[in-house]
Ligand binder design. Structure first.
Ligand code: 9WN
Length: 450
């Protein structure tokens, strides 16, 4: 049993509370990431949300992904934001107008307005979970899930093909991102060096609404970071979101190891989905080749001194040697030999991460407290993110490390029981930060509790 402060929910109250968060954040057939900070649909949030909803309501889980994939670009790209035309005005910036995706690119969908970026491809993991949970249902439930898989396999395949080709013209096995927003770890010190090299020009004026939705603006990226984010957006627009042009002119091109590792794991899920739907043999062979290439690419980025995997700046060829949770990419991609698995566990248990004795709970901070860019309250610069805990928990289970997985699960759920479904937590005090009632925090709790 778990001790709980009076008036606070306990470990086992987490499940109905998590389901309530997802219900309250529901908009039509999809779910916003948070009540007011994020009023549109976000790509990898939706994948995690569908993964959690698969334990509660498979119809809603499939609706979530159908809504997202209906905004897929003709290139296969799944956009990082699908804008809700009915969201309150002036609630999130940059808005659909600033992106102007379908005004600039013939590849953008003509109906929904979207951003011009993408985010890590967790989607196939969610689709596989929908299939798994459907197995407990009656025949009609299983059939509905099979239909969903059949309808969405081609979308997933073209999404992964886009990432493995347009985003990896070098065939390195690693995905190139064009913007820190694509990494999903926006202001992580991983991006400090490449961002510092960018010379910013004139940015059309803008107002940030995000800082109005958090208790303290210091939880969010700084104005200097936002200027860089908005400048990169202008550069992408200048290239009319054309991949080749971006590759030839863009000032931020980085091989993201976390994104690439998630793609490997998602490709493994895609193979299983392909088996259910009877996908063509050539496609299955192609997915296997992507998996192999992805793992080789990650191995190239192994940094023996840090005992972690690191990103690479495509423009300078330089490795970005920063200790963050993204460094556990090989664990997430799976298929590790014994030696590399041992390396990963050693780093996870070290003072840089979950083994730091000054932590509130043994949960990995997003950035090692020893890094110069570490900040315990600032977003991806140090706070503990439940969604990152989920990635590690799931990967540890997959690697057969059940004890460590159980510890991550236990402490994550305790944190949520104690402080609610916050977006992220101060690592030394456990104080909830960012938005409250964050959907993916609730979703990963449902998956951990299942
Ligand atoms: C920009 C929605 C998203 C997450 C990202 C997280 C944050 C957006 C922002 O929120 O990014 O995409 O405005 O800060 O970094 O991972 O998908 O929850």
């Amino acid at each position: 049993t778990v001790s709980k402060p009076p008036g606070r929910p306990g470990f086992h109250d987490v499940n109905p509370q998590a389901a309530g968060v997802l219900q309250r954040n529901g908009v039509k057939s999809w779910t916003k990431p948070a009540p007011s900070l994020y009023p549109h649909q976000w790509s990898w949030d939706s994948a995690f949300i569908a993964l959690g909803l698969a334990h509660v309501d498979n119809r809603r889980a499939t609706g979530e992904l159908e809504a997202l994939f209906s905004a897929q670009w003709k290139t296969g790209k799944v956009p990082h934001i699908v804008f809700d035309p009915e969201a309150p005005p002036k609630s999130y910036f940059p808005d659909a107008e600033r992106w102007n995706s379908n005004g600039l690119s013939e590849h953008a969908p003509t109906g929904p307005h979207t951003s011009g970026l993408c985010q890590p491809p967790v989607h196939a993991l969610a689709v596989r979970r929908i299939w798994e949970t459907a197995q407990d249902k009656d025949e009609r439930g299983v059939e509905a899930a099979r239909e969903f898989l059949t309808g969405n396999y081609p979308r997933l395949y073209s999404w992964h093909r886009y990432l493995s080709t347009a985003r990896d013209p070098e065939r390195s096995g690693l995905v190139t991102i064009y913007h820190p927003w694509e990494s999903g770890t926006d202001n992580s010190p991983r991006w400090d060096a490449p961002l510092s090299r960018i010379a910013i020009g004139d940015i059309p004026s803008y107002t940030r609404y995000d800082v109005q939705h958090v208790a303290d603006a210091s939880h969010r990226p700084t104005d200097e970071e936002y200027d860089r984010f908005l400048w990169l957006l202008e550069m992408l627009k200048k290239a009319r979101y054309e991949e080749m042009d971006i590759y030839g002119s863009h000032p931020f091109l980085v091989k993201d190891v976390l994104f690439s590792a998630i793609l490997v794991a998602a490709n493994e899920a895609l193979l299983e989905i392909g088996a259910v739907v009877g996908a063509p043999a050539e496609e299955r062979a192609q997915v296997e080749a992507w998996i192999e290439r992805g793992r080789e690419g990650l191995e190239e980025q192994w940094d023996p001194a840090l005992n972690l995997c690191v990103d690479r700046d495509v423009l300078t060829g330089e490795s970005l040697r920063v200790r963050t949770v993204a460094g556990f990419a090989p664990l997430i991609s799976g298929g590790l030999d014994e030696r590399r698995l041992k390396d990963m566990l050693l780093t996870l248990d070290s003072e840089d991460f979950a083994g730091n004795p000054t932590l509130h709970r043994p949960l990995p901070p997003s950035t090692s407290p020893d890094e110069p860019g570490f900040h315990p309250r600032s977003y991806w610069r140090g706070p503990v993110w439940p969604v990152a805990n989920w990635l590690l928990w799931w990967s540890l289970l997959r690697a057969g490390e059940s004890e460590r997985a159980a510890s991550l699960r236990h402490h994550t759920l305790e944190e949520l029981a104690e402080s609610g479904f916050a977006e992220y937590f101060e690592p030394f005090t456990g104080e909830p930060l960012g938005s409250g009632e964050q959907s993916w925090t609730a979703a990963i709790a449902l998956d951990m509790l299942a």
